[in-house]
Design a protein around this ligand. Sequence first.
Ligand code: IPD
Ligand code: CA
Ligand code: CA
Length: 269
Amino acid sequence: MNKETRDLLFDQAKQWILEAGATIRRKINDPITIQTKSNANDLVTTMDKETEQFFVGKIKSKYPSHYLFSEEGFGDKLSSLEGTVWIIDPIDGTMNFVHQKRHFAISVGIYQDGIGEIGFIYDVMADILYSAKKGEGAMKNGAKLPPLKTDLTLQESIVGMNHYWLCKNNLVKETAMQELVKQVRGTRTYGSAALEFAYVAEGIIDCYLAMKLSPWDIAAGKIIVHEVGGITTNISGNEFTMLDSDAVLTCHPAIHESILSEFLIKGKK
Ligand code: IPD
Ligand code: CA
Ligand code: CA
């Protein structure tokens, strides 16, 4: 994608994201219908669906040749990332949206033939927009985010993770994860994968480790983290395919290798 196309697409996507966010804020106290999906804790609301439909309507009318890969099923069924593909999570952190009315995000990643070109993560209630353009760095509300510093040890790191890592699971021995928790400075759980990626990019946490994420959870975050020098892989150290779900590690570059080899690969079941 050339710079002119990328810049125009960035401005258009940004406008739609801010518009969608303003609608959510305006309706935040309206009654919503909550349904469950794969299990009783996998929630979806009318707001998730309406927000996704807003993006589908806008994108399909302005860019009919673009594809849309999105969580609630109003987009396209894709088996490849050929062409221009918008990968959208209309509300990432639906449980936070339902229970807390805050700490959720709109996540939009735009890919060209599988290459990440543009990423947006919008913390709707805080009105904070993280963004990135390929090769041009990442921003928070329009101000450039500094590259991640290289001098960081595991002992000084804050790791974002869900507590299920500490229970018996089929990925990594729980004792390996308990050892990680003991070695790092602290852990945090925010309940929105997209925001946790944004926080890694901002350098306010140093790593985020997730057991199963879908392409829409990480499409924007991977681009934003990459633009400040962070590294995103699956927990075997391979690239996330962006078509299937996988376990994910996104990190400050100084600790990626040690978390991967010492805890995830050595601790693998
Ligand atoms: C979820 C959130 C959550 C993560 C889950 C995701 P959703 O997305 O990002 O933090 O732990 O794996 O599915 O369902 O709220 O869009
Ligand atoms: Ca999500
Ligand atoms: Ca979602």
